[in-house]
Design a protein around this ligand. Structure first.
Ligand SMILES: [Zn+2]
Length: 265
């Protein structure tokens, strides 16, 4: 595995997505396994109860949940049968304290300025207005700030690299800073072969996103299903095309064969 961790709102998903395309690596966002993992773990207190206990306690709960999910993340990546090709795993659940067995140069942690996290959450809410998320925004931002502080402290203690994400990020510079510690691993690791191997892994990733998206839409009761940038499954090296369709629309396309964006959209 190659890890991109860090507190919410740091731009991890976008950066990991770009790296996965540039290097033809399998992408594994932990957030897309939320419902799957919830079904495999004992029930926990709900998010609102956790947030009601205050920022510090909510951050403790988040970290405890991350610890429970770590074994599942490892299981999920193994089940992808990637051989020697590393999965690019990203998510706020990848705490620096868990990096003990990760070889050097295989992880990087982003620490967002609280203003950046606020902007990122506001953008997400504007794109997909979930009432429950709006109601808990202040509490989430309080917890996120604690998580960001802890990321820095833990990463320094673990000797892992940290990249700061300021309130008005220069994403090109941040992308360069994230790739710097990972550079040797990215350049020397085996990649997914163009053709069926790459196509199959993008299809797997789309399936994960579709399942999570449908469970999430149902859980939050959105009137209109949001679109998601489903990946092109053409299997060409470094293809970065996406088809912004709903999860149900994706499933319909996928039932007929690979979702090739150049053909469908
Ligand atoms: Zn393509």
């Amino acid at each position: 595995m190659i890890w991109i961790g860090g507190a919410p709102g740091a731009g991890k998903s976008t950066l990991a997505w770009k790296i996965s395309r540039a290097y033809d690596l399998p992408l594994h966002p932990v957030d897309l396994w939320a419902y799957d993992h919830a079904g495999r773990l004992p029930p926990t207190a709900g998010l609102d109860d956790e947030l009601a206990a205050g920022a510090t306690r909510a951050a403790d709960s988040f970290e405890a949940d991350a610890a429970r999910r770590l074994a599942l993340v490892v299981e999920d990546v193994r089940a992808r049968e990637l051989g020697a090709v590393p999965a690019l795993v990203e998510g706020p659940q990848l705490l620096p304290t868990f990096s003990g067995e990760l070889p050097t140069g295989r992880g990087v942690w982003l620490v967002p300025d609280p203003a950046q996290t606020r902007n990122a959450r506001a953008e997400r809410l504007a794109a997909v207005p979930v009432d429950a998320d709006r109601a808990r925004l202040a509490a989430l931002l309080g917890r996120d700030a604690v998580l960001a502080d802890r990321t820095r402290t833990q990463a320094l203690a673990a000797g892992q690299p940290v990249v700061d994400v300021p309130a008005s990020p220069d994403w090109t510079a941040i992308g360069t800073a994230v790739e710097a510690p990972l550079g040797p691993a990215l350049r020397t690791s085996p990649r997914l072969d163009a053709g069926p191997s790459l196509s199959t892994q993008r299809r797997f990733e789309n399936g994960v996103a579709s399942r999570q998206g449908q469970l999430w839409s149902a859980a939050v009761g959105l009137p209109d299903a949001p679109t998601f940038p489903f990946a092109c499954e053409c299997g060409r090296t470094r293809c970065a095309a996406v088809g912004p369709v709903t999860a149900v629309e994706y499933d319909t396309y996928a039932a007929g064969g690979p979702f090739v964006v150049h053909e469908h959209l």
